[in-house]
Design a protein around this ligand. Sequence first.
Ligand SMILES: [Zn+2]
Length: 469
Amino acid sequence: MNSQKNNNTKVYLYNTLTRSKTEFVPLNPDNIGIYVCGPTVYDYAHIGNARPVIVFDVLVRLFRHLYGDKKVTYVRNITDVDDKIIDVHQRTGESISELTSRTIRAFQNDMSKLGNKAPDIEPRATDHIAEMQEMISLLIRKGNAYEKDGHVLFDVSTNSTYGKLSHRNLDELIAGARVEVAPYKKNPSDFVLWKPSDTNQPGWSSPWDQENHPGRPGWHIECSAMSQKYLGDTFDIHAGGVDLVFPHHENEIAQSQCANGLDSFAKIWMHNGFLTIEGEKMSKSIGNIVSVRDLLRENSGETIRLCMLMTHYRQPINWTTKSMKQAKKTLDGWYSSLKEFEGKGQKTEVPKKFIKALADDLNTPRAISILHELSSEQKKRPSQKNRDNLIAAGNLLGFFNFTPQEWFDSNEKNNNSEIDVLVVEKKILERDKAREAGDFSRADKLRNELTKLGVVLEDGPNGTKWRHN
Ligand SMILES: [Zn+2]
């Protein structure tokens, strides 16, 4: 790509660290570094996991457009050592390496179907144990971490800026709640850098082994070690879901800044908002977890992607059947306006106002309304130029990967076997509630309704699962 991008567009981003939206100035415009916290691989990705992937894919696409393809390094890690992974392995007997490899493949596949480009580097935690151990040793030498009973802990009282990201008070964090503090901790908020493993848990030998028992890293140290390896001591943007602000990102800052001896780590911290399903928090106990895989059975990846981007990334998003239908209708409208002229057309510039919308802290709702304008303009006054503009803008957001013909053909296929995943999940939820309340006739009625929709229910110890008949 062009190394001298004509780039006059100013980008403004909201920084969680300063709680303000400011102009983005790259540390080095020739190599912009972005690190996004990736998945813990023990199960299929749910729609909440997809939000940061889609949102920060848009950020990377915008930056590549503005600064040039080769000027951005996008790193998204894979957490493949974690207690949740060990739990699944112990419950199902599937080996950890099989479980994680299979889940990683599924994740990459699902995310690509949602129109996301793969990151430039996708490091796995278990490939970076040496880097983590090195950073832990350094933190011990510098007096920021201590060893106790086979554990290594970060001592938050040694880091005077601890709490700066989540805007918490260090003294309160040090005092903490005095309930059930692990005996090996000096302060309740001290967090694990390394911990001992049992014989049936994965472990690596380390300087902190007790009686030759291997151990494993805590979660936070992995992102500090891997971001440093691939992006350096300081880099432009670190991102993830808002649920990671505390403690994960706060702890990353503490580790990295104490290790690198600098007053900075990532310059800008970006966080996407929460996702609820039909107004409820997604949870295993409620049984309303919607996997990307299930959604993709009945919906195009573009529909799911548009549904996600209709809400600004910092706002909470309420995922509903209604909003999915709206997204589908919108795409049908856009694709039908593309029918008038065929072919890819001339390569054209993406309309400036569209770029400007995205450059304003990724204002995708505004960008989408500009796509509406372009589409209705094309319907009123069809021209190759209008069509090219609409395609160029849509492509930048990850849309129009099909011809109109392909789009409407695949719709027909879907309509013939339509099971609305969200409706199914909602009915299952209602049925669970009815069963809990002892209203078994209502529960049976709901089961019958689901059977009519072609859904088979399987009740198990972890809640109700469903499959197509
Ligand atoms: Zn992380």
